[in-house]
Design a binder for this molecule. Structure first.
Ligand code: BGC
Length: 387
């Protein structure tokens, strides 16, 4: 990410394998990793615990670093931890933050339903909890939710799919003399234990279902339920093997896939791999969507292999989390812009939702390069710069 040393360092760690060293030093992936509160001790503010799910995806590294930077600038000490996508590790990390005297917690859950005990302990000590990007479910003790408009992410992904098929324009409006189809599409969803996956799916299906019903879109696998389309833990390899299975079972020599709804760039790359193995050429790929504007996928979009991604500016989300933490720690009510949609099973959690942007090849420069999210060189190479 351009001009952001913290980000470059984090990505460099992944790119060069330094991550393995960090994790090994902490006892392996399951043990998680993070920067302790000990460094840069800050006299003004208290300690804030920041729990992130994994370092296997660029966005969470960027989120963690941006939240840490923002909190430190605001005068807090920070205990930032990544849990290697392992639920017990995340639980232990949050327990440790509470024991270390954290005054607030910012948590992006791996599984939104597994932190009830930790949140109870936090509430018992009046430690406010901010659910970060993913809603923590089944707990009374979530004070606030900062995220993007997750339903809209799904709507935008579905519109991008339809745009790639020539059915709607870039604003999602029907185009005149659109092709009649029918188009063969396959549908992917995220991890069922992530509340967001359901919002993405519902948003996308609100657009796609009428077209499946009227026959414009056909799903040859007939897998049109989220349970069938889900991808456990958002893993690329799981999406790749499901796509391979779909191709083998439902597409004979003459039948071609025209489009794939994919909710995350990592999955999109797995899907692309499966299609390549099945003989699809890069210049004749189906329309494939994505999310997160990961650099490898931005390059695939620039090269015309992947159709699109949804850009969620993690810098803005981190800022929002910091502002929210400051308000809660000052005993104030944080500003919410949604107090209706995020029911976590126990209560509606007041939320602040940020907007999202669809990225196609033609707005990579204006949205991602000009805003300093990626440099032109990074887009060209598909690899994040190391400094
Ligand atoms: C996030 C997405 C991300 C996905 C996989 C979701 O909860 O909102 O931005 O692509 O997790 O990490």
């Amino acid at each position: 990410m351009a001009n952001k040393l913290w980000y470059s360092r984090a990505i460099a760690a992944v790119a060069t394998g330094a991550l393995t060293v960090t994790l090994a030093a902490c006892g392996g992936e399951g043990a998680g990793s993070g920067s302790g509160a000990g460094d840069d001790s800050n006299e003004e503010g208290g300690l804030v615990g920041v729990a992130m799910p994994t370092e296997t995806s660029e966005r969470w590294i960027a989120d963690g670093a941006a939240v840490e930077d923002g909190l430190k600038e605001a005068g807090y000490d920070v205990d930032l931890q990544f849990a290697g996508d392992d639920i017990p590790t995340q639980q232990q990390q949050i327990d440790a933050m509470i024991n270390a005297g954290a005054e607030a917690l910012i948590v992006a859950a791996i599984d939104g339903t597994t932190l009830t005990g930790q949140l109870e302990a936090a509430a018992a000590q009046d430690i406010p909890v901010i659910s970060y990007d993913r809603l923590i479910r089944d707990s009374e003790d979530v004070d606030f939710y900062v995220s993007f408009d997750n339903f809209q992410v799904g709507v935008a992904q579905a519109n991008a799919l339809l745009n790639g098929l020539g059915l709607v324009d870039e604003n999602g409006e029907p185009v005149e003399d659109a092709p009649k189809g029918p188009f063969n599409v396959e549908l992917f969803a995220g991890s069922l234990d992530d509340n967001n996956a359901h919002f993405f799916w519902d948003g996308a299906m609100s657009v796609l279902e009428p077209l499946i019903e009227d026959g414009t879109l056909v799903v040859p696998s007939e897998q049109t339920e989220i349970d069938q389309a889900a991808t456990q833990r958002w893993l690329q390899e799981n999406a790749q093997s499901r796509m391979e299975d779909l191709l083998t079972a439902h597409y004979d020599g003459n039948e071609k896939v025209d489009g794939v709804l994919s909710p995350y760039d990592g999955l999109s790359r797995g899907i692309i791999e499966a299609l390549r193995s099945a003989g699809y050429e890069d210049d004749a790929m189906p329309v494939i969507t994505g999310q997160d504007a990961e650099i490898a996928s931005v390059k695939l979009i620039a090269d015309g292999v992947q159709n699109s991604t949804i850009f969620k500016d993690t810098r803005l989300l981190a800022d929002q989390a910091v502002v929210t933490a400051e308000a809660l720690l000052a005993g104030e009510e944080p500003e919410a812009n949604n107090t209706e949609d995020y029911d976590n099973g126990v209560k509606v959690v007041p939320s602040y939702l940020l907007p999202v942007t669809t990225i196609y090849a033609d707005n990579i420069e204006s949205e991602l390069v000009d805003s300093g999210y990626w440099t032109a060189e990074e887009v060209e190479s598909g690899v994040a710069e190391t400094e």
